[in-house]
Design a protein around this ligand. Sequence first.
Ligand code: GLU
Length: 417
Amino acid sequence: MSKTDTNPFENALEQLDIAWEYLKLEPGVREILRQAKRIVTVSLPVKMDDGSTHVFTGYRVQYNDARGPFKGGIRYHPGVTLDEVKALSAWMTWKCSVADIPFGGAKGGVICDPKKMSQGELERLTRRYAVAISSIIGPDKDIPAPDVYTNAQVMAWILDTYSLIKGHAVPGVVTGKPISLGGSLGRDTATGRGAAFCTREAAEVMKIPLKGATVAVQGYGNAGSNYAIILEEMGAKIVAVSDSQGGIYDRQGLDAKKVLAHKEKGGSVVGYPGAEGVTNEELLQIECDVLCPAALENAITKDLVDGVKAKMIVECANGPTTPEADRVLDAKGVFLVPDILANSGGVIVSYLEWVQNLDRLYWTEEEVNSRLEKKITGAFRGVHEEAKKHGVSMRTGALIVGVGRVADAVRTLGLWP
Ligand code: GLU
């Protein structure tokens, strides 16, 4: 058996089959949903600051667009693989469907180490990648957004490059762009805020008061840090956080905003005054009410799942729990809010941004936040109902809803010729 439990695309297919057991639809539709509609691999020659030329590899995987244009972020990371991007694009498809927004799913990735690149190198790489995928993206085709180690500035470069090719400004080609270029208020905090709303709903189901609930967050990037800050505002106590360098722990509670300021100054949460140092593995096994993996895939594996003590898990990251670990958590009675629901706040506000771009009409931050709250709590309750109906986990419930709607769209479109 070559299965490792950590190939993200194999895991995504395993999840698809879990949903299929309950959906019992035509095998042909399952076959369609097991494949990406289009996979594009591009080589990206970039002039580096030292005068040399480096050829990077980039991907854009367009998984399914039965429910609307392809949608999904672009990741810059040295560990990017095609199977990872394929998995992320499948998860985007189910995620947009669970949130009931009219998008399909896609994902992009470039193998690079942005921490070791200058702004100039990153800009040249981004523009080269934008040109390479320019014929397959667009506001009605496929709309990229930020993901791991990409941000509003990267979106601005893609927007500019695409608009130069088209000969006019096309703000709706990307989301998560700067406010000055048509970005939406509230988009930068949306993933964390959406996950915080899900945590509030989950705490109610579990009858755990959110006030004083202890929370550990793995990963202190955009999603993790905003999640911690917003949850703290809701009354929770952030006891541990980490990033790629390591973690910090304080039973009395950390100050989420001060930790972010410390990371922004020194590049890491590590060394935050007054806190104890912990490793990323230790953080996942800390005694707490809520554990939020907000970094990369395969954080909670079969090897460390037995040590997980949290009562609730809220997946801010995509694919942080392997299927084997998932089964153990379920058997232990841990209430897990799955990635395709928990982190859907980002793409929900991307949808609101895209709508504002198409309408040329812009909303206040309060308006955006309240639409997000309504949309994601509605999705949470729908998934919870489905899970209760079948007596299954929230993950399986979310997959039944997400895959089910896409399957229905694929079947209704029919096949031509
Ligand atoms: N990268 C984010 C995600 O994984 C956001 C995608 C988007 O807004 O299109 O959900």
